[in-house]
Design a protein around this ligand. Structure first.
Ligand SMILES: Cc1cc2nc3c(=O)[nH]c(=O)nc-3n(C[C@H](O)[C@H](O)[C@H](O)COP(=O)(O)OP(=O)(O)OC[C@H]3O[C@@H](n4cnc5c(N)ncnc54)[C@H](O)[C@@H]3O)c2cc1C
Length: 397
């Protein structure tokens, strides 16, 4: 039986980055990924903050477009152009992005077993046993000293090993359209567009647009509604079966470590609760996980108590973002379309754009959200919101 120090289950950005960092630290690492090809059929828009490449030492080659200007459109078609002082985000091709991470992990010495679905993980006294099934390949069993669950929204192994799962989800829907004219990245908001969250249209490569939304219910119906409302000329040629749908984790996960196991990335709820973006927090928490696991390796202990340092550290880093973002998005989902229209007028006149330009950070939004909540009078329609956000601010800082 092949033996590893760490077995990572799931070859998405979180699992691959953790594998890379652990292999660089000299650990023997296996990544088991059920897909036959890294990054195939990923449902994602691929928007990441522009600092991500430098911060995590990863290649910017997968970038297909930079974002500096965003158009925000209300359900009545009222629009607002926002220009950030510089490029603040970019769109990556997720397949190339994930494959570059895989290449980096391989170069560092990690083994990546593709087409390898992990059926079961069993905890023993000296390590874990990982049973896999591999399509046409024979079933294999691996042994490791510990396991990382980086399985995205598949929480079967979290449950089996006694870890928590997110208690809230949004539903994402996305499809690609062909467009003839160049458009700015656009965000659509309003109860009659994407109840509970928002929709987007993002130009990618020449002549193509990723249209998508996140919502609390009926993503397919709301996607078709979005098309009819904003792209009626595309309805005839559009194939509804091209809509891809996937859930997105929301909220804190109660427990992300146990005896010889941790959960990482979306499997641990490490996702921005404002937008549903999970790549940045996944990479950030991979780094935290790799540091803690390296220390455990040196100390010769992968006990739950030793691994609890991982949960402590990632919560210190992003818990505030997850809580404030979740709360802010839920409050925003209470706004009626008429209140959103009033908000548009206010944003145009009330010094809010300079505040966003000065304080807006793509991946760290809680500070700006709290500032905005204090500044925007319409929030007083919901009388206790400002008080609660102030309270959060004091509690979390
Ligand atoms: C419509 C939509 C748009 C999005 N847009 C963005 C965006 O613009 N920016 C952003 O940051 N985030 C975005 N996200 C979220 C982002 O895609 C995820 O947060 C991110 O992929 C999570 O990375 P991960 O590595 O934790 O999990 P994943 O990328 O989901 O990877 C998990 C991997 O584990 C594998 N796996 C699962 N179970 C097993 C098993 N038992 N055995 C072997 N392999 C297994 C899966 O095949 C998968 O490859 C979007 C999501 C949706 C739905």
């Amino acid at each position: 039986m092949d033996r590893f120090d760490v077995a990572v289950i799931g070859g998405g950005p979180s699992g691959l980055h953790a594998a890379s960092l652990l292999a660089e630290k000299g650990l023997k690492v296996l990544v088991a990924e059920k897909k036959r090809e890294i990054g195939s059929n990923v449902i994602c828009t691929g928007i990441v903050g522009k600092e991500i490449f430098q911060e995590f030492s990863i290649s910017p080659d997968p970038v297909i477009r930079n974002i500096q200007i965003v158009k925000v459109v209300s359900s009545s078609g009222n629009s607002l152009h926002y220009q950030h002082p510089s490029t603040f985000a970019c769109i990556v091709d997720r397949k190339t992005f994930d494959q570059a991470l895989a290449e980096k992990a391989r170069s560092a010495g990690a083994e990546i077993a593709l087409g390898t679905w992990v059926r079961d993980v069993t905890l023993g006294r000296d390590g874990v046993e990982i049973e896999t099934e591999g399509g046409d390949a024979p079933a294999r069993t691996f042994a490791a000293r510990m396991v990382i669950l980086a399985t995205g929204i598949d929480y079967r192994l979290n449950k089996k090993l006694g870890l928590g799962v997110p208690d809230d989800h949004l539903l994402g829907a996305q499809a690609e359209l062909e467009i003839s004219n160049e458009a700015a990245a656009t965000i659509f908001i309003g109860k009659s567009v994407a109840p509970g969250a928002f929709a987007w249209a993002v130009p990618t490569v020449e002549g193509r647009l990723r249209l998508g939304l996140v919502t609390s219910r009926e993503p397919r119906a709301w996607f078709l509604n979005l098309m009819k409302k904003f792209y009626p000329e595309k309805m005839d040629e559009f194939r509804p079966e091209s809509i891809q749908i996937k859930a997105i984790a929301q909220g804190l996960v109660s427990r992300t470590y146990g005896e010889r196991v941790i959960a990482l990335g979306e499997a641990a709820g490490q996702v921005k609760t404002t937008t549903g973006g999970g790549i940045y927090f996944g990479l950030l928490c991979s780094r935290i996980a790799a540091d803690v696991i390296h220390r455990c390796h040196q100390a010769g202990s992968f006990s739950a108590q030793s691994l609890s340092a991982y949960e402590k550290a990632w919560r210190e880093s992003i818990q505030r973002e997850i809580i404030v973002g979740h709360y802010a998005r839920r409050i925003f989902s209470l706004f009626s379309d008429a209140q959103i229209e009033r908000l548009f007028d206010l944003v145009k006149t009330d010094g809010i754009i300079p505040l966003v330009q000065a304080k807006g950070q793509f991946d760290w939004q809680s500070g700006l959200l709290i500032e905005l909540a204090k500044k925007v009078p319409p929030l007083s329609y919901f009388s206790d919101i400002r008080k609660k956000l102030d309270l959060f601010d004091r509690f979390l800082s």
